[in-house]
Design a protein around this ligand. Structure first.
Ligand SMILES: Cc1ncc(C[n+]2csc(CCOP(=O)(O)OP(=O)(O)O)c2C)c(N)n1
Length: 629
């Protein structure tokens, strides 16, 4: 492409003539649509920050001025401007470009967690470090969305940032009015008031006039005139939100007007002390199918047609859609069922529930900790809340689950989508910790359905529990083939395959957690000269007594799970066996204790030996008489 082809660093960007930046923005949008439509990724958010990111790299000096992108799903433009434009064909694929900032990729990437609302805390700490190490003249720039700003961490950080008036933290609020769906709550209303002081169009128009016509004075106040001289509207707009924190505020600026954003960033760079720049942007800007996508303005898309935006293949029925149906069914049957999401009604399957039962649905914003304690409050009031959340985001709310819910024996059902290995979203999106962290909560009951039918059953079983928290966890993606049990034991364990233990062959008890039932059954078929019993515990916490008894009748116990190996189901069963003085050896096929890089779920599972080949190889190795295993 024209301008982009000569651009491999922010220094190149600084060499362009200012008049070329609008053309550059158009090229970047074209690249984004072309590449992200072929790989999938966060298209809408990145289309919305093209001008903002150009202005940031033009005005500030990354990496000496550290840039922190909140969540960092909107960092594609930053990647393009920091020499990675040619890698977009590999986006989110094994060995390719990460979908988030990644320190191994570039010195311009300072962070890599994709959990929201952390940027301002990073910025606060970095600014303190720069001040202490003689680099206090640098600016730390944090780009944070209005969605991320609904997270409590941001406000804890702002509280601290405001108290460091000698530190240069530039908080760029990228206000597109949306998380996935429109951002909700008192904060969002306040931000909207700021945005709507005058109508949106008027802001855009006003900004242009202020910036372009040097003779304009009108009836503005002295403060506004000063601001005008500096190229932006910098008077404190009469709203309590930011000024009461003690933060300088400028804006709102039209985040798609290059002149305005350049002026705002220049003002922010020259301002001494912490400052908020409020930029109004549009998610999906410049790509009509994204702008017109009512669900989430193409927040995150799969592979799509680059012209129409239509997905190239139809989505297969997935776990989320089963939950979506069952939670509505449950609420029809029981008036005490209410549902909570932390800004993810669509992705967790609660959107239809929200339409059907608007009074029994709560979107609390990106606020997982609050979601859980708020659920505790609902339960205290006699209701049975269902907290639908991605497994990875439950990490945030462990203390609330432990002490605000479980200590009080409150009936809250946690439905964990994307549990286990998720893959393409990289290290910080994998749901491999939930079994380890939930299983240490006293009194909790955790279920891992093996297929859609079991999800229906176990979800309703969970709702029947009235004395403490329950968890139902299931992975990302399409539903697997269903496997009917041969028999259900009294404590709920399903036998999926019997071994013929009458011969002299070794008897292996293969315990398949959740969606690994199919893998375990296929592996059992391929193991030669071994009698394999396959069971699905269904409820993985607490450990069923029948599992302990069966282990005693076998020569080897193998536990197959896609959570981390330490503290997982294998560990729990191992402890149960030793408590019962059952000395059958136990082996774990689980996720190793590492942060995996991004690649597809199936690639990652194969890499760590959690596919059929891996299971067969491991068991053969463990049973081989000559090995040291
Ligand atoms: C702790 C946490 N909860 C939920 C999410 C899922 N999530 C990713 S981006 C996003 C919306 C972010 O909205 P905003 O900050 O306004 O950025 P935008 O995409 O609108 O630019 C959500 C809810 C997350 N990444 N982290």
């Amino acid at each position: 492409m024209g301008l982009l082809s000569g651009l491999s660093s922010p220094a190149d960007l600084k060499r362009l003539d200012e008049s070329q930046l609008v053309e550059l923005a158009a090229e970047i949008r074209q690249l984004l649509v072309e590449k992200v439509s072929a790989t999938g990724g966060h298209l809408g958010p990145n289309l919305g920050v093209v001008e903002l990111t150009i202005a940031l790299h033009r005005v500030f000096d990354s990496p000496e001025d550290p840039f922190i992108f909140d969540t960092s799903h909107q960092s594609y433009v930053h990647k393009i401007l920091t020499g990675r434009a040619d890698k977009f064909d590999t986006l989110r694929q094994k060995g390719g470009l990460s979908g988030y900032t990644a320190r191994a990729e570039s010195e311009h990437d300072w962070t890599e967690s994709s959990h929201a609302s952390a940027s301002l805390s990073y910025a606060d700490g970095l600014a303190k470090a720069l001040a202490l190490t003689g680099r206090g003249d640098r600016n730390v720039v944090a780009v944070v969305g209005d969605g991320a700003l609904t997270g409590g961490m941001c406000w804890e950080a702002l509280n601290n940032i405001a108290s460091g008036q000698d530190r240069n933290v530039v908080v760029v609020v990228n206000d597109n009015g949306r998380s996935y769906s429109p951002t909700i709550g008192g904060f969002a209303t306040n931000l909207a008031k700021l945005r709507m002081q005058r109508s949106y169009d008027e802001i855009m128009d006003h900004g242009k006039k202020t910036l372009k016509s040097m003779g304009w004075v009108g009836e503005r106040t002295f403060e506004a005139l000063q601001a005008f001289k500096e190229g932006v509207k910098s008077q404190v707009i009469p709203t309590e939100m930011f000024p009461e924190l003690g933060m300088k505020y400028i804006g709102p600026v039209n985040g798609h007007d290059m002149d305005q954003v350049l002026s705002a960033m220049t003002y922010a760079r020259n301002y001494e002390g912490p400052i908020i720049v409020h930029a109004v942007t549009e998610k999906g800007h410049g790509f009509a199918p994204a702008v017109n996508d009512v669900a989430d303005q193409m927040h995150a898309t799969g592979i799509i047609d680059p012209v129409t935006g239509v997905p190239v293949s139809e989505a297969a029925p997935d776990w989320t859609s089963i939950f979506a149906q069952e939670v509505i069914l449950a609420a029809e049957q029981r008036e005490d069922i209410v549902a909570i999401t932390a800004a993810m009604a669509g992705p967790t399957g609660l959107a239809a529930f929200a339409e059907r039962f608007p009074d029994r649905f709560y979107d609390v914003g990106i606020a997982e900790q609050h979601a859980v304690t708020s659920a505790a409050g609902l339960a205290l009031g006699g209701l049975h809340p269902v907290v639908a959340i991605y497994s990875t985001f439950l990490n945030r709310a462990f203390d609330q689950m432990l002490l605000d819910v479980a200590l009080l024996d409150l009936p809250v059902t946690f439905v964990l989508d994307r549990a286990g290995v998720t893959g393409s979203d990289g290290a910080s999106h994998n749901g491999v910790w939930d079994m380890a962290i939930t299983s240490i909560v006293p009194g909790i009951k955790v279920a891992a359905p093996r297929d859609g039918g079991q999800l229906r059953e176990l979800f309703h079983e969970a709702l029947e529990v009235s004395d403490g928290p329950t968890v139902v966890r299931y992975p990302k993606g399409a539903l697997p083939e269903e496997h009917e049990e041969l028999m259900r034991l009294e404590d709920g364990v399903d036998i999926l395959r019997y071994s013929d233990s009458s011969d002299d062959a070794v008897d292996v008890l293969l315990i398949a957690v959740g969606s690994f039932a199919g893998t375990a059954l296929a592996a059992a078929e391929r193991l030669e000269g071994v009698n394999v019993t396959v069971v699905d515990p269904r409820w993985i916490v607490p450990v069923a007594q029948s599992i302990v008894a069966m282990a005693d009748d076998h020569d080897l116990v193998v536990v197959l799970e896609d959570g981390i190996v330490r503290g997982g189901v294998g560990s729990l069963i191992s402890e149960a066996l030793s408590a019962a003085e059952v000395d059958t050896p136990l082996r774990r096929l689980a996720f190793p204790d590492v942060f995996p890089l991004h690649s597809s779920r199936s690639e990652l599972l194969a890499e760590v030996g959690l596919d059929v080949d891996g299971v067969v190889d491991s068991i053969n190795r463990w049973l081989a008489p000559s090995t040291e295993n």
